[in-house]
Design a protein around this ligand. Structure first.
Ligand code: C5P
Length: 230
């Protein structure tokens, strides 16, 4: 089970660089996240090539547009055969429902972005949101659930509260994960893989600690070892 929890963020500038990493790791031990950088540089071929290698893909393009456009984008992602897509919960219920309807029950899981973890209290206020940031995260997650989404992306710090509020079946996908001893990079609020799972996370998104490692496969094994400890 633990081997299914790990999603490696393929934040690379080129398909070649992504393929070099993918060749060092195994589809049995992780899924891959293709985000804006790689998708913009290499397009759907990045998804196809990585899928052909046996990996399941989380297409992290955070769709946020009118319902018809988002529905069509989600359908295109489903046609590409991705395992998971995401949309901004701030797009509203009509957009969220259109996304879910577009992929159907056999398509990719659709998860919502609540408030990006890069938004701090000051920026939150500057955008014009009112009330507490944590409450707004919960509101977005509740909206995502009532609109039929499968889960949300959230910080591991938010996982425990969201898990108790939204129940066991709602997926929580958490970036900002750092194995013991790893460089923080630009992440501010981090959790170890084991702590994130204990807090209720279903899927751990980990980028640089794996992608920049000398031996990525070893790092993955170490993380899995930590997750298997009682
Ligand atoms: O390298 P690192 O482990 O920090 O990568 C985390 C990944 O998760 C990156 O692809 C980043 O864009 C993504 N992410 C994040 N925080 C969010 C949403 C996505 O770090 N709130």
């Amino acid at each position: 089970m633990s081997d299914q929890r790990l999603i490696v963020a393929m934040d690379f500038a080129s398909l070649d660089a992504a393929l070099r990493l993918a060749e060092k790791i195994q589809p049995e031990s992780c899924r891959l996240k293709v985000g804006h950088q790689l998708y913009t540089a290499a397009g759907p071929d990045a998804v196809r090539r990585l899928t052909d290698m046996g990996f399941e893909i989380f297409l992290d393009l955070k769709y946020h547009d009118i319902p018809n456009t988002v529905a069509n984008a989600c359908r295109a992602a489903a046609d590409l055969g991705v395992w998971m897509v995401n949309v901004h919960a701030a797009g509203g219920p009509a957009m969220l429902e259109a996304a879910v309807a577009a992929v159907g029950s056999s398509g990719p899981r659709v998860i919502g972005v609540t408030i990006l973890t890069s938004i701090d209290a000051r920026q939150y206020e500057q955008i014009g949101y009112q009330g507490e940031l944590a409450d707004q995260v919960t509101k977005f997650a509740v909206l995502a659930q009532s609109s039929g989404l499968d889960g949300v992306v959230c910080s591991a710090q938010e996982a425990r509260a969201l898990r108790s509020r939204l129940g066991e079946d709602f997926l929580l996908v958490t970036p900002g994960i750092r194995p013991n001893g790893a460089d923080l990079g630009d992440q501010q609020r981090v959790m170890t893989p084991a702590a994130a799972v204990a807090a209720g996370s279903d899927y751990l998104v980990i980028g640089r600690p794996i992608t920049q490692a000398k031996d990525p496969r070893q790092v993955i094994q170490t993380i899995q070892g930590e997750l298997e400890l009682p």
